[in-house]
Design a protein around this ligand. Structure first.
Ligand code: GDP
Ligand code: IMO
Ligand code: MG
Length: 430
């Protein structure tokens, strides 16, 4: 029996999609419970390669429920296109993919406002994905949102849309944008709604029926990463939802105490997309090499990801904040060929040792990482596709053991390639 919360310990894109797909093989349900199509989760399996933005990665297990719960914000066109794409490779999944009518809808004006806010902020911009995520969540918590369920009643939808367009058009025009037309917006939203309508059903009771099973196995598919969390991340260079496991109560209606496994996905090096401090960022040929070998270009926007050494100070904080019980160390193979690998074990600021939790974002941008250099494994022996710990090069084993010992939590998976089978299971425990 397990309820596993999968999430990224750093800035996202560690390989959650791969791990969720792997765990989903044994799952009764996979639940996406926050964020929107700012997320891009890649699954590579026997059917092909799929960058999923909204549909849970568990959709590939035809025996599992795939739930998009209340905490997610929905771009209806993106969801409809993703469903169409999946229908080309999967049997009909009506009744298996459930989308909560409580989920808020990303409206065209949210995307426009996202862009206008960024343009207005100039070089202080967050570097958002431009998908309207922040403005949509802002409307949700300021009682201005439109929920999926509101689209079922046309009169109600029209009433809500009239009010919102009155407000939003004033802001859009003030920021130099072009006013939106009521009929155009209404028709566009209803057209996409029609395409996904068959999937709109509150998943709460189906999930709670599963929670009552003695052998239940549920995967909670987190999005983004701890340092993009609205509260604990590098604010204001964050995203608009909460990444911590406790958010499954609000975002999916699952009491947090049901979670049995808190699985932190940590890339063997660190990347970040968008603006904000990144203490271990590399601006040299090693950074370029990590980007090239790791194909570090955004799954959602295609932007080059900033690359750097593994930041263990951030990992330490993630473990403490989220109560991580196990780790998946990803993309080990990307470090193949390096003569040495470096990790950051802490920070100093103005000559004094500091911890992440004791400084704010402006100071994080000024810290000096304390580095520890470990021997690499060159090209002597590649880790790509290795499935047994004993088959790894000696120095790769040492690198993994160093991370495990520093973290003080078991390593459940080591990933040595993008495909499902390129994985080492439970290699060792502290
Ligand atoms: P997510 O947002 O955490 O799901 O991660 P993304 O899908 O945005 O980015 C991870 C990328 O790395 C994807 O292209 C994956 O196919 C790929 N990937 C995952 N695990 C591995 C691995 O162990 N090695 C390599 N080389 N690529 C991997
Ligand atoms: P997955 O789930 C990496 C980043 C954006 C930007 C900031 C705010 O694939 O790991 P937003 O559009 O959310 O308002 O942008 O958050 N960001 C991500 N970066 N992976 C993600 O998701 C991200 N989701 C948001 O790049 O810096
Ligand atoms: Mg991603």
């Amino acid at each position: 029996m397990s309820i596993t919360h999968v999430f990224d310990t750093h800035f996202g894109d560690g390989g959650k999609g791969k791990i969720v797909d792997l765990l989903a093989q044994e799952a009764h349900a996979v639940v996406r419970y926050h964020g929107g199509n700012n997320a891009g989760h890649t699954v590579e399996n026997e059917l092909g390669k799929f960058p999923l933005h909204l549909v849970p990665c568990g959709i590939f297990n035809e025996n599992a429920l795939a739930c998009i719960t209340d905490g997610v914000v929905l771009d209806l066109e993106v969801l409809a296109d993703e469903i169409d794409m999946l229908h080309k490779v999967l049997a009909d999944f009506r009744g298996r993919l459930l989308v909560s009518p409580r989920a808020h809808v990303i409206m065209p004006y949210h995307k426009i406002l996202d862009r206008l806010y960024e343009e207005t902020k100039g070089d202080k911009k967050t570097g958002t994905t431009g998908r309207g995520i922040g403005p949509c969540y802002a409307d949700k918590v300021s009682y201005n949102g439109i929920r999926l369920g509101d689209l079922e009643d046309i009169d109600r939808f029209e009433e809500l849309l009239h009010v919102q367009l009155d407000i939003k058009n004033k802001i859009i025009v003030a920021l130099g944008g072009v006013e939106l037309d009521f009929r155009v917006v209404k028709d566009e939203i209803l057209r996409h709604y029609e395409r996904i309508r068959a999937y709109v059903k509150e998943p709460f009771s189906r999930i709670h029926d599963l929670l009552m099973l003695p052998n239940k196995n549920i995967v909670l598919e987190g999005a983004h990463g701890v340092f993009l969390d609205t509260d604990w991340g590098t604010y204001p260079y964050v995203t608009a939802s909460s990444i911590v496991p406790g958010n499954v109560n609000a975002g999916a209606g699952i009491p947090a105490q049901y979670i049995t496994n808190v699985l932190g996905v940590v890339k063997a090096y660190t990347t970040r997309v968008g603006a904000g401090p990144f203490p271990t960022e590399l601006h040299d040929e090693v950074g370029d090499r990590l980007r090239k070998n790791g194909k570090e270009f955004g799954t959602t926007t295609g932007r080059p990801r900033r690359c750097g050494w593994l930041d263990l100070e951030l990992l330490r904080f993630s473990i403490q904040l989220c109560g991580i019980t196990e780790l998946a160390i990803m993309k080990l193979d990307v470090l193949d060929g390096l003569d040495f690998v470096t990790v950051c074990t802490g920070y100093t600021l103005d000559g004094k040792q500091v911890r992440y939790e004791d400084i704010l974002t402006s100071d994080l941008a000024r810290v000096e990482p304390v580095y520890r250099q470990l021997p690499g494994w060159g090209f002597d022996s590649s880790t790509r596709g290795v499935t047994r710990f004993i088959d790894l090069p000696h120095n790769a084993k040492e690198y993994l053991s160093f991370i495990r010992d520093f973290a003080g939590v078991p390593v459940r998976f080591v990933s040595t390639g993008p495909a499902r089978h390129e994985t080492i299971n439970s290699f060792c425990y502290p």
